[in-house]
Design a protein around this ligand. Sequence first.
Ligand code: GDP
Ligand code: MN
Length: 372
Amino acid sequence: MKLYEYEARDLFDEAKIPLNKWIVAKNYDEAMNNYKLLKFPIVVKAQVLVGGRGKAGGVKIANNEEELKMHVKNILGMNIKGEKVNSVILAEAAQIKKELYISIIVDRNSRSPLILASKEGGVDIEEVAKKDPHKIMKIKIDPFIGVRDYMVRRVESFLSISNINSILKGLYFTFKNYECELVEINPLALTDNDELVAIDAKIVIDDSALFRLNKFKNRISSELSYYENIARKYGFSYVEQEGDIGIIGNGAGLTMTTMDLVQYYGGRPANFLDIGGGADAEIVYNALSILLEQDRIKGIFINILGGITRCDEVAAGIIKAIKNKGVNKNIVVRMIGTNEEMGKKMLKEYNIDVFDEMEVAAKEIVNLVYKN
Ligand code: GDP
Ligand code: MN
């Protein structure tokens, strides 16, 4: 999950990474009431999750109150790459001599955290990586050892600076503490009086770690859809697709196979939804409810291989959904394994056909959904 710059700045403050003095404002009045805490020139920054705000006109420097009013008015409500600006940061503009780049990422190739540093800050680092890879320094971090002084010295020598120790260690503290995929300062400003100041802050937290982070676990992620956010609260792995046949399975492998089968027989899967192992009636009910609520979904295929998961529990969950939500969609169930007979009998009373073979069931849901 990507954080807004003001959220990332909070974490950098906590890690004692020096930032240019800043405030956040959710509307014009709040900005105008509080900007006097800062000295001009003041930079006004759109708060959106997409990058490249500068180029899109979402970062402007104001030299006086008049300019500040104008920029705040223009930037609030602006649309940047499809994202509406709902808040701004006001910050004391740093006097910049040089824009540098520093980040820590999870590097899948080396299976470790990796420090990236470059003298080419401010710009798109991906471009630098493509055109001039030698301009980026990479240092692997052994998680058992962390960031050591010799790494700090290597980075300092590469960037021709002498004071990045606390910033680099602060970055790694944030990276570890908040289970990040990325912590990035771009640009890290070298000011006219040779101080290093972070003037931008970017953090991406590993979604799988969110449940452990009290600070963020209830944060609605605007990268996720409405139903993906709901599913996350329930703890399901749920990913939306563009199709119209809802899919529920237990286990990621079976769920993906189910999607493939539906596709193979000419259907379009609407989602991936794995209820996991040992799901009880309540979990099945919640999962099914998410799909039943969506008009775009015309039919639902539930594919369960009973092991620890009991078929009678699954049936009870389906029946609860039918009773509470009503059913305006075709539902096809394939269910075998533990307590299969009991589950089948329960569903039969509600006129739901249960199949033994998933190929047959997949064909059936495709037929039902597209026959008219
Ligand atoms: P991004 O475009 O979304 O990455 O937003 P940034 O916060 O990185 O700002 C983009 C650019 O605006 C930076 O590369 C700087 O050139 C400029 N900028 C941002 N903050 C300041 C500041 O405090 N002082 C000065 N002089 N320029 C700034
Ligand atoms: Mn930036």
